[in-house]
Write a protein that binds this ligand. Structure first.
Ligand code: MN
Length: 250
């Protein structure tokens, strides 16, 4: 099996090394990852600047672009044969609920899905300043990959978004299929003044809480489950179609 790896924390990130160690147990690995951190770049695609692909070894490429650029370039230019599976991560930090559309980690998996390849995004539910349990991440990636079969475990218009609890391995409760739930942040902005007297802003804030049932991703991972969510790449809200048609077609 040929496995393509990508991430959004950059090619030197420990989470990608963790993923590579496990993926090597399952097949022949190629890494095509951003040369610099690209967290929260979503599915950004570099149409207005050139990309450089720096080959670091037989199977490592650092690309001066986004996660979506990396997967696109890997599939269309860098790999001699298409991979059987694309893995993204392991992200340093969770990607739960509304994080998914902001996430570069998820975007790499979505781009893989657009390319017709079964794709999985992995993220570790770390907390700021706390320990980072890459051993737990490796254990859970291995567990998910043992269960997953690229030929039949997933619909071709979906990718899998996996979140891993950052807890010791003996405390893990198992693997659970989930839906994306509601995640809330303290939505802070901070206005500062630059050395020329002009205002600038920092945006973002820390996690606040999750809302949803036990089978939503944030609640499940907070309770110690490895959360596996199938994510559709084309997010039409089907229950709304008839209500919208009522006024568009009136
Ligand atoms: Mn990241």
């Amino acid at each position: 099996m040929r496995v393509l790896l990508c991430n959004d924390d950059g090619i030197d990130a420990p989470g990608l090394q963790c993923l590579e160690e496990v993926a090597t147990e399952f097949g022949e690995v190629m890494v095509v990852a951003p040369s610099e951190e690209q967290s929260a770049m979503s599915h950004a695609f570099s149409l207005r600047r050139p990309l450089r692909a720096i080959q670091r070894s037989d199977h490592h490429w650092a690309v001066t672009g986004t996660p979506a650029d990396c997967v696109y370039l890997a599939l269309k230019a860098l790999l001699s044969e298409p991979p059987d599976l694309i893995l993204s991560g392991v992200n340093h930090g969770s990607n739960l609920g509304k994080d998914v559309p902001y996430s570069g980690t998820a975007a790499a998996a979505r781009e893989g899905c657009f390319g017709g390849i079964p794709s999985i995004a992995f993220s570790l539910f770390t907390e700021p300043g706390g320990p980072v349990r890459w051993d737990t991440a490796a254990h859970c990636v291995r567990d998910v990959l043992k269960r997953f079969h690229p030929g039949g475990s997933i619909h071709p218009d979906t990718f899998l978004n996996v979140n891993i609890p950052n807890i010791p391995i003996p405390e893990l409760r198992g693997v659970k299929t989930t839906e994306l739930g509601k995640r809330f942040y303290e939505e802070r902005t901070e206005r500062r003044t630059d050395i020329r007297g002009k205002a600038y802003y920092w945006i973002g804030g820390p996690h606040s809480h999750f809302e949803g049932g036990p089978d939503t991703d944030g609640i499940a991972v907070a309770e110690g489950w490895v959360s596996v969510s199938p994510v559709h790449t084309l997010p039409t809200h089907y229950p709304s179609l008839s209500a919208v048609r009522d006024w568009t077609d009136a």
